[in-house]
Design a protein around this ligand. Structure first.
Ligand code: AP5
Ligand code: MG
Length: 190
């Protein structure tokens, strides 16, 4: 079993690369952002609550997010492994993910941390915002808030995985194929 955390700021390419990794390593891809967007579309109670945070570029509270992630892992008992995309984003989320995997006698193999400059991230997200319909891509102020939230609340988790010798820093600029090659090299080395 291989369990991968794909990590990085908004627009770093986590979703794009997860699709490749999922088929290459036969894993189940769990994106908490995609799960929230499905709840918003379905107008569920969870979706209505999450939308108020997401549209501003803030994090959804841990109490909501951790339960949703746990349900998704438990829905896939036969999985060969998981790619966690956009989770964990806070220390309580990282602790709860370790506890959940430990309870299954598993763990995270590697945290792949994509590195991209803020200017490139803003350009990518504004460009996607022209067609994505995502409220959090629609204007630069919300995008800049997402980047600030990432720096403040999520980037410190790199240290969490570095202490466990699981952090791999990956240059996230280049073609999608080039970056995928770098990610596979890091997975295969762990
Ligand atoms: P989420 O959906 O996770 O969004 P995000 O992390 O802000 O980032 P994106 O999904 O926008 O970017 P990505 O890194 O996946 O890049 P992508 O491949 O799409 O979260 C949304 C919100 O939900 C959060 O703000 C929060 O409110 C909430 N949320 C989610 N998880 C949560 C959690 N755990 N706790 C609390 N709240 C949570 O690529 C981006 C663009 O760049 C695309 O247009 C793509 O085509 C392009 N691109 C990709 N690769 C390249 C490349 N190599 N060169 C040029 N362009 C590229
Ligand atoms: Mg994504």
């Amino acid at each position: 079993m291989i369990n991968i955390v794909i990590f990085g700021p908004p627009g770093a390419g986590k979703g794009t690369q997860s699709e490749r990794l999922q088929s290459h390593y036969n894993l189940v891809h769990i994106s908490t952002g995609d799960l929230f967007r499905a709840h918003i579309k379905g107008e569920t109670k969870l979706g209505v609550e999450a939308k108020s945070y997401i549209d501003k570029g803030d994090l959804v509270p841990d109490s909501v997010t951790i339960g949703m992630l746990r349900d998704k892992v438990e829905d896939n008992p036969q999985a060969n492994g998981f790619i966690f995309d956009g989770f964990p984003r806070t220390t309580p989320q990282a602790d709860s993910l370790d506890a959940l995997l430990n309870s299954l006698n598993k763990g995270i193999n590697v945290c792949l941390s994509l590195q991209v400059s803020d200017e490139e991230l803003v350009a990518r997200l504004l460009n996607r915002g022209k067609t994505s319909g995502r409220a959090d891509d629609a204007n630069e102020a919300v995008i800049r808030n997402r980047l600030a939230v990432y720096q403040r609340e999520t980037a410190p988790l790199k240290e969490f995985y570095a202490k466990q010798d699981k952090l791999a820093d990956i240059n996230g600029v280049g073609t999608i194929d080039e970056i995928f090659g770098r990610l596979c090299d890091a997975v295969d080395a762990h």
